[in-house]
Design a binder for this molecule. Structure first.
Ligand code: GLA
Length: 379
C-alpha cells in the first residue's frame, strides 16, 4: 500500500514539474496615437488586453473597434474583424467597419418621420433614404474618452458623443455613452446609455464585420449561422422595410438551426435578390431585460465560435454584399464581396414610420439603454 502511495506521489510530482503551466497574461489597457484628422485633432487607439491574451483595439473616432484578436482551436491568435490600417481609411470609409452607428442604425424611408405632429426631414445619404444616421453619423465623429477601467472582470473603455439639436436633421441634443468591456471570459460587452433634452428618436448599433477564419481573403460563406428568429422584416427595392413581419419558415431566411451562410444565399428568392444577399432585420423571438442569447456563428475550419446576446428586438444580418474588392483594408487586402458578416443589434429599420414596430422614441428624462455581448470561444 505504502509503495502505491509513493508511486502516485512521484508520478504527480513529475507531471507537475514537466507540465506546461497555463500562461496567464496580465490584463491591461494601452493608449497610443492612431493618427490625426485633417483639422489636426488627434485620434487615439486603446488596446484592451484580457488575461487570456485576447485583444480589442478601439479608437475614439467613431468609437470604432479596429481589431479583435482571438485564438483558434490551436491557440493561434488572429484578427477577426475588417478595418483599415490608418485613420485616413476610417475617414474615407463608406462600409461602417467596426463603428458605432447613430443616431439611427439602418434606413429611414425618404429620411422623413413625424414626432408629436411635426415632420422632420433628415439628411439623405442612400438613394432617397437616410442610412446609418446620415452624411456624418456618429461613426464620423471624434468621441470623448470618459474613462478606462481595469476591473477584475476585464478592461473597459467608456466613450461619449454629444449630438447637437438639429444635427443631420434630428431634434434634441442627444448624449450617447458607450462602454466596451473585454471580459476575462472573452466577451466583448457593449453597453449604451442615451439621453435627450427634446423628444427624439435613438437607435444606435455596432457595425463590426466578423470573419472568423481570421483570413479576410476568404469569404464568410462557410460559417454556420444561428439566429433565434421566427420572423424577419421584408424590404422593398430601396431596402426599406415594408412593415410586414414575415415567417422565415420554408425560406432561405430560416436560421433557427445552424446552417452555412452560403447554403442558400444565391437561391432564387426575391428578398435575397433585393439585398444582393442577406441584408435583413430579424425579429428576435426573445427580447427582454434579462439579456437573451439570440445568434451564433461557427467557423469549422478554425473552430472559432461567436455567441451573441442582446436586449434589442432585432438583429440586422448583413453579408458584406456591397464590398467589391475596391476597398483597401488592413495589411493591404482588397476586401471582396462577402468577406465579412455583421450582426447589428437594433430596433427595426424605418421604425419611426411603422406604427406596428417597437418604438424608438426617446423623451427628456428617459434613459435609452442597450446591452449587446459577443462572446468568443472555440469548438
Ligand atoms: C447595413 C445596411 C446595409 C449596408 C451596410 C453597410 O447592414 O443594411 O445595406 O449599408 O450596413 O454598407
Amino acid at each position: 500500500m505504502k509503495r502505491i502511495f509513493i508511486f502516485i506521489f512521484l508520478i504527480s510530482t513529475v507531471s507537475t514539474l514537466f507540465s506546461q503551466p497555463k500562461k496567464v497574461e496580465a490584463q491591461m489597457i494601452e493608449k497610443k496615437l492612431f493618427g490625426k484628422l485633417a483639422d489636426g485633432r488627434e485620434v487615439y487607439e486603446y488596446t484592451l488586453s484580457n488575461t487570456n491574451g485576447v485583444k480589442a483595439k478601439i479608437i475614439n473616432y467613431g468609437a470604432t473597434v479596429v481589431s479583435l484578436e482571438v485564438p483558434d482551436r490551436n491557440g493561434k491568435f488572429s484578427d477577426v474583424v475588417l478595418g483599415y490600417d490608418n485613420i485616413e481609411g476610417y475617414v474615407a470609409d463608406k462600409s461602417y467597419f467596426g463603428a458605432i452607428i447613430g443616431r439611427y442604425g439602418n434606413r429611414i424611408g425618404k429620411g422623413k418621420f413625424k414626432l408629436d405632429g411635426k415632420e422632420y426631414q433628415l439628411s439623405i445619404n442612400n438613394g432617397e433614404n437616410q442610412l446609418h444616421g446620415g452624411t456624418e453619423g456618429f461613426n464620423k465623429k471624434l468621441w470623448t474618452v470618459d474613462a478606462t477601467d481595469e476591473s477584475n472582470l476585464g478592461p473597459s473603455i467608456t466613450l461619449s458623443y454629444v449630438s447637437k439639436d438639429g444635427e443631420e436633421g434630428y431634434p434634441g441634443t442627444v448624449k450617447l455613452t458607450v462602454n466596451y468591456q473585454l471580459t476575462n471570459l472573452n466577451e466583448l460587452k457593449i453597453n449604451y446609455t442615451g439621453t435627450t433634452d427634446k423628444t427624439t428618436i435613438l437607435n444606435p448599433t455596432h457595425h463590426s464585420y466578423f470573419n472568423l477564419t481570421g483570413d479576410p481573403n476568404k469569404t464568410i460563406l462557410d460559417e454556420e449561422l444561428w439566429i433565434d428568429a421566427d420572423k424577419f422584416t421584408p424590404v422593398d427595392k430601396g431596402l426599406i422595410t415594408t412593415g410586414e413581419l414575415a415567417d422565415v419558415k420554408g425560406t432561405p431566411m430560416d436560421f433557427r438551426k445552424p446552417i452555412k451562410v452560403g447554403a442558400r444565399i444565391n437561391d432564387d428568392y426575391e428578398q435575397l435578390k433585393l439585398g444582393r444577399g442577406y441584408d435583413h432585420n430579424f425579429v428576435l423571438n426573445k427580447h427582454q431585460e434579462l439579456i437573451p442569447k439570440v445568434a451564433s456563428v461557427y467557423d469549422s475550419s478554425s473552430g472559432r465560435f461567436i455567441e451573441m446576446w442582446t436586449d434589442q428586438p432585432g438583429v440586422q444580418f448583413y453579408t458584406g454584399n456591397f464590398l467589391n474588392g475596391k476597398v483597401k483594408g488592413k495589411n493591404g487586402i482588397m476586401y471582396q464581396q462577402r468577406t465579412g458578416l455583421c450582426l447589428e443589434a437594433q430596433h427595426f429599420p424605418d421604425s419611426p414610420n411603422k406604427p406596428n414596430f417597437p418604438s424608438v422614441v426617446l423623451k427628456p428624462g428617459q434613459v435609452y439603454r442597450q446591452s449587446t455581448i459577443y462572446k468568443f470561444s472555440v469548438k
